[in-house]
Structures are given as C-alpha cells and as structure tokens.
Design a protein around this ligand. Structure first.
Ligand SMILES: [Zn+2]
Length: 148
C-alpha cells in the first residue's frame, strides 16, 4: 500500500497531483512507490530507479529545482526535505532520478538555482550535476562518476 500522507487531486490542470494531506514534518516519509508497477520503459509518471528500471508512481509529483522532498532509494519513499504544509503540492527534482524526460518542459519554480529547461540529468551542466549530488539516485550517482 502507498502511504497515505498525500491526496491526489487536480492542481493547475494536472490530474492526480500529489498534495500533502496534512502537515508533514521535515525528515519524515511522505509516500512510497514500493508496490508500484515496474517497467523497462520510462513513462510520464514513472520514477527511474536504475538503468532500465522505472516504477510507476501513484500519481503526479511536481518537479521543483528547490523541492520539498527527495527520494530514499532503499525504502523507495519520498522524504520531506523541509516541513510541508497541508495542501502543498509534493515536489522533487526530476533530474535527481530521470536520465532523460519523456516530456521536456520549462520550469517556473522560481528557485535561484532553477534549471530553466528541464530535460533530465543527461542535459545538466557539470556544475548543476554537482549541485544536486546529495539527492541523486544511486544510478545517477554512478553516471556522475562514469561508473556505468
Ligand atoms: Zn526550476
């Protein structure tokens, strides 16, 4: 079962967007994709956990270059990076998990370090890659050090 600290509803025209159901304290688990469907293909709603391993999430998590969550890849859970208020959309940095995106988009998160055009880890500059290093998935981390 997915953890139920989020609800899924339409936000800014995007259906099934994950939103905090309650106040979530920094450091606590928000949502798990442990039981999500595993696929070799990336999709619009999948989370990349290894080279050819993508897990279907229970809904849409918004991207932010300064997100309120990050992935714990051992537990396959989103962890709150800071306190999250009830009603806030759940966000993570897509480039920490996705080598390439199915759909590129222009980010308007407003963070000082905003990537602008978000296309996936592959397209980040070395500085941008270093900047998100602590939050990278094990697979992206391997790519960062060219061990793949
Ligand atoms: Zn951004």
């Amino acid at each position: 079962m997915f953890l139920s600290r989020v609800i899924y509803k339409e936000v800014r025209g995007v259906p099934r967007t994950a939103v905090a159901k309650e106040f979530i304290k920094r450091g606590s688990a928000v949502c798990s994709i442990k039981n999500g469907k595993v696929s070799k293909e990336r999709g619009r709603f999948t989370i990349q956990v290894d080279k050819d391993k993508h897990i279907e999430g229970p809904g849409t998590f918004f991207h932010s270059c300064d997100p309120n969550c990050y992935w714990d890849f051992e537990g396959l859970s989103l962890i709150a990076k800071r306190d999250i208020n009830a009603g806030e959309p759940i966000t993570f940095n897509y480039c920490t998990t996705e080598y390439m995106l199915v759909n590129n988009f222009t980010c308007k998160c407003g963070a000082p370090n905003c990537f602008g055009e978000v296309k996936g880890f592959k397209y980040l500059t070395p500085e941008q890659r270093k900047g998100i290093e602590p939050l990278l998935s094990p697979y992206m981390n391997r790519i960062l050090y060219e061990k793949v």
